[in-house]
Write a new protein. Structure first.
Length: 242
């Protein structure tokens, strides 16, 4: 099931981690250019990185600077992905960008040790996740409904739509993880919907929510440690706080 978003909490968290987020976004833009070139239309990874940067209020001036930097610098960073298990059936996928994998693994094992978790074998966790395009819309008023979103998609003959989930203060629109995601997002923006966050990412097929207080606190500290680690770019998990 889709993860519920709380807009107010998300905004507060973004503000607290803004500097760290920008630093990681800059590294991802440079890495995307190094791998696939500076042409946004021909480099899906770069397009996603730019979208994330814009969602996090990184200026076009900074984005272009990092695109040019990715072209010029002898970037030696590599991307690493680690599948992990935590307590209570918690599944975790961590991605990192670094020039030194030993440092990444050492730090990650330290974070996992405090969580009472461990790095798992390849494909033992990822098989439980599926890739989706996810567009999180902030509710501007009570008149906006799930039906309005679906009507826009149908009337514009947009393909790749999967479903919409409606919450008290937001909507989550799920699409296929391809160009349909961008077409649907752009059309919703044209129709006065406010996008809070949008990305193509992995989503778990089964959520873990019922954990004891100790595990809950350990998980929070684990995520905070990963967010504060310069090498770690993202943490995806099937844990959802109630």
């Amino acid at each position: 099931m889709p993860r519920k978003h709380l807009i107010s909490d998300g905004i507060k968290k973004k503000q607290q981690l803004q500097s760290k987020i920008w630093q990681k976004l800059a590294r991802e833009i440079k890495a995307a250019v190094k791998v696939g070139g500076a042409n946004v239309d021909g480099n899906p990874r770069l397009k996603i990185a730019i979208d994330k940067a814009l969602d996090n209020n990184l200026s076009w001036e900074s984005i272009n600077k990092n695109i040019n930097g990715g072209n010029k610098e002898g970037l030696e960073m590599k991307q690493f992905e680690y599948e992990c298990y935590g307590p209570n059936g918690i599944q975790i996928i961590v991605t990192a960008l670094a020039e030194n994998e030993n440092r990444v693994v050492s730090n990650l094992r330290g974070y996992l040790s405090k969580l009472h978790g461990e790095i798992a074998k390849a494909n033992s966790v990822k098989i439980f996740f599926e890739n989706f395009g996810i567009i999180v819309l902030q509710k501007i008023n009570t008149f906006q409904t799930k039906d309005d979103i679906e009507e826009i998609i149908i009337n514009n003959n947009l393909e790749g739509y999967i479903e919409t989930k409606e919450y008290e203060d937001s909507f989550e629109v799920f699409t296929e993880p391809n160009n349909s995601f961008y077409k649907i997002r752009d059309e919703l923006i044209k129709n006065s919907f406010k996008v809070f966050e949008s990305s193509i990412k992995l989503v778990s097929s089964s959520k873990v929510t019922n954990v004891d207080e100790d595990t809950k606190q350990r998980m929070q500290r684990f995520i905070e440690s990963c967010e504060n680690d310069d090498d770690i770019q993202s943490v995806i998990t099937n844990y959802e706080e109630e």
